[in-house]
Design a protein around this ligand. Structure first.
Ligand code: DAK
Length: 674
């Protein structure tokens, strides 16, 4: 069974280069693809590199086996699906090539000349680079449309961020396929325009230069600057330490020198870096746990200087239109695990950010002052950073919730953005139907954002919160155009409730842990219509069991119970789009939701074993279900919101939410039934 979607199958992947990153890239592929019987071939002409690469990859697989991350059959399966070889002919039959050789343009070009002769015309060719533009790497290819650059981040098998850089000749189908392919195999792909260094490296390398400038200006020594930089920019380790750990000094020196020519002349190789490379030494950095003394004035100066550099670099890229604010924030926070730049500017104030950039540019010409930053500061508005994306595909509007670090949980910002797109869909006569989905391969939506909800302190706030959520979800229900939920992963709590507001729902086939209403685990009842729509869809007995026990159901059960309309073998998004079009054009009419009181609704619910869960919260859930059955859906929702608010009068509500925040989703709260 091949890994197939969008009309393409990936049965075999070729990774070229068994150096620093190639084996890690291969490990990720073999991890996610071996279950589909797809194989990975790693090719390198250096036998010692092959040996080292193979041993590194196998060691990581074994370690995963020991820690329980991989089951014994997975360990075997992965090892059996990867081959390390010096024979380029083994690349024959690959569907995708990822070249991960050294950052050397003539070498990369030579490799692709050879590879193009070996692979089919449909094989996608990618070069993993941290800087080089696709136009330069692929300019000698006969078929350039199937080529693009990727940029993985350390460690490539675990860091989900990846820059996807199409060139001017890359065809749209190739780019779209690679974006969806990487998303499906668990990466967070971000599309970046073709420009030297792409989006991340001017930040990573530019900040090292800015740190050196701080040392040169006498603001502190490398230890002090490293310490303040990590604090100010929210980094786990400072730029000097990061360069020592990754062995990145030579690449950064090369990158800075090229950026001097290609981006702007502020980028340059500082003398201290040249000397360091000549003497083959490392930066002097704080030792583990070492206390670094810095005066508050010194800390302020260093922080402001580095923020000026950071904001100037990212806003220059905004001017160059290679990336959006939303994509940049997500990319930086995942790839480098540092403060996302545009949210960071919003938190200090965009006007203040502009002042910092102007000061920096005056001090270090010719750093440009971004036009977009100037305009934004003049507007008095914060940067717009979206967690919900929207695109049109033919006559279908596609809404995608993208908060991968919180499994696409719904917060008030997401609700606001959902409302905006509902208006867009309603008012665009060219849009006949909509699809709503979640980003990634794990979650559609893992519920309302529990961290935000835990900040609500009294019943009025709780009720208000519930009403906002209900309004946003009702917008989908009352859109007047069919909406299909492409449930690409978990649909829990608010996620399941959002899906139930749609005209139809589809999910991947065979998901064991798929949908549920786990709110009672948190000392809550469903607040976005779960107690009203779930009984209307699956019946009172099943709904009451799901709501009162918090137990999730599989996609197969969801289909049997009537919660979803189809289990899909292939790409759920593609299927949802087709289904939305069928409904919009009258080829199919799903059963509508009962909007009135439910005929023959019960007066009591069957007994269920609620185990350790709160009896106080259970009583509210039972009332919401039973009372709602006798009301119209609209009145039932109002009643649910009121009862949801009452959860905040219980001790168990605080216990449940606190338990999640402090101990995580898997820990059972110790409820007191009050
Ligand atoms: N909210 C916030 N963060 C969440 C989250 C959520 N619902 N679910 C997961 N996350 C975060 C986790 O905290 C974790 O963050 P870090 O620790 O990495 O910072 C990250 O996502 C990854 O989660 P895990 O490490 O737990 O991932 P696993 O694969 O191990 O487990 C899981 C995945 C989905 C099984 C697990 O995360 C889980 O059980 N999550 C909680 C699911 C849940 O209880 N959902 C129901 C939430 S209550 C309303 C709207 C709706 C509602 C009420 C009002 N209005 C708008 C007013 C309904 C309420 C709910 O939905």
């Amino acid at each position: 069974m091949a890994f197939s979607f969008r009309g393409r199958s990936i049965n075999k992947v070729g990774v070229i280069g068994s150096g620093q990153i190639g084996p890690d890239i291969a490990l990720h592929f073999v991890k996610v693809l071996h279950g589909f019987d797809a194989s990975v071939v790693v090719v390198d002409i250096a036998l010692d590199a092959l040996e080292k690469g193979k041993s590194k990859l196998f060691k990581k697989i074994d370690k995963g086996g020991q820690t329980g991350a991989f089951k014994p059959d997975e360990v075997e399966g992965m090892k059996n699906h990867v081959l390390f070889t010096s024979d380029y002919n083994k690349l024959k039959g690959v569907d995708l090539v990822v070249e991960a050789a050294t950052e050397d343009l003539p070498l990369k070009k030579r490799i692709f000349r050879q590879v193009e002769e070996l692979v089919s015309k449909d094989t996608i060719l990618t070069s993993n680079s941290s800087h080089l533009e696709p136009e330069r790497i692929f300019d000698e290819l006969k078929l350039k449309g199937r080529s693009l650059c990727t940029h993985y981040f350390f460690p490539a098998e675990r860091n989900p961020a990846i820059e996807i850089i199409p060139g001017k000749d890359t065809n749209r189908e190739t780019t779209e396929f690679m974006m969806r392919f990487y998303e499906k195999i668990g990466k967070i792909p971000i599309k970046v325009g073709s420009r030297y260094g792409y989006a991340v490296d001017p930040v990573f390398e530019g900040l090292l230069l800015a740190c050196v400038q701080c040392v040169d200006a006498g603001l502190g020594d490398t230890k002090q600057i490293d310490y303040v930089a990590s604090k100010a920019l929210g980094l786990t380790v400072g730029p000097f330490t990061a360069h020592n750990l990754t062995g990145g000094n030579p690449i950064t020196a090369h990158g800075l020198s090229e950026m001097h020519e290609s981006l702007n002349a502020w980028f340059r190789v500082p003398d201290r870096l040249k000397q360091l490379l000549e003497s083959k030494s490392d930066w002097v950095v704080p030792g583990r746990g070492e206390k670094i003394e810095v005066s508050s004035e010194q800390e302020k100066q260093i922080s402001e200087e580095l923020m000026g550099a950071y904001f100037a670099i990212v806003c220059d890229m905004l001017d160059a239109e290679i990336i959006t604010t939303s994509d940049f924030d997500l990319l930086i926070s995942v790839a480098l695990d540092m403060k996302p730049p545009f949210s960071f500017m919003n938190s200090v104030g965009v006007k203040k950010a502009f002042e910092l950039v102007e000061n920096f540019a005056n001090k270090y010409p010719p750093m440009p002052v971004s036009k977009k930053l100037k305009e934004q500061a003049a507007s008095g508005n914060p940067w717009e950073i979206l967690d919900v994306l929207f695109e049109k595909q033919g006559d279908v509007g596609i809404i995608s919730i993208r908060r991968p670090k919180a499994l696409n949980a719904l917060n008030s910002k997401v609700f606001k953005e959902l409302n905006t797109y509902c208006d867009v869909i309603r008012n665009d006569s060219g849009i006949k139907a909509a699809v709503i989905t979640g980003f990634g391969n794990k979650a559609f939506v893992a519920g309302a954002d529990i961290k935000e909800m835990a900040g609500l302190t009294d019943p009025t706030q709780g009720e208000h919160f519930a009403r906002i959520g209900q309004i946003a979800s009702a917008e989908l229900e009352k859109l007047g155009k069919p909406v299909v939920a492409a449930l690409n992963g978990f649909a829990l709590g608010g996620g399941c409730e959002l899906a139930m507001c749609c005209t139809a729902r589809v999910a991947p086939k065979g998901m064991k842990f798929f949908a549920g209403q786990p709110e009672v685990n948190l000392g809550l009842i469903p607040g976005m219509g779960g107690t009203q729509r779930l009984p209307r869809l699956v019946g009172f007995a099943r709904a009451s069991e799901m709501i009162r026990t918090a137990k999730p159901i599989s996609s197969t059960q969801a289909l049997q119970f009537g919660l979803i309309n189809e289990e899909v073998e292939g790409d759920v998004l593609e299927r949802a789009i087709a289904l939305a079009q069928d409904i919009a054009h009258g080829r199919l009419t799903p059963k509508p939701m009962e909007m009135g009181p439910v005929p023959n609704s019960p007066d009591e619910l069957p007994d269920v074993d609620i185990g350790h869960l709160s009896r106080a919260i259970d009583a509210l859930a039972v009332r919401a279900i039973l009372e709602g059955g006798k009301m119209t859906l609209e009145d039932g929702l109002k009643n649910e919101a009121r009862l949801f608010g009452q959860c905040w009068t219980t001790e168990d509500n605080r216990i449940g939410l606190k338990n999640f925040i402090e101990k995580g989703a898997k820990s059972k709260a110790e409820f007191v039934h009050r």
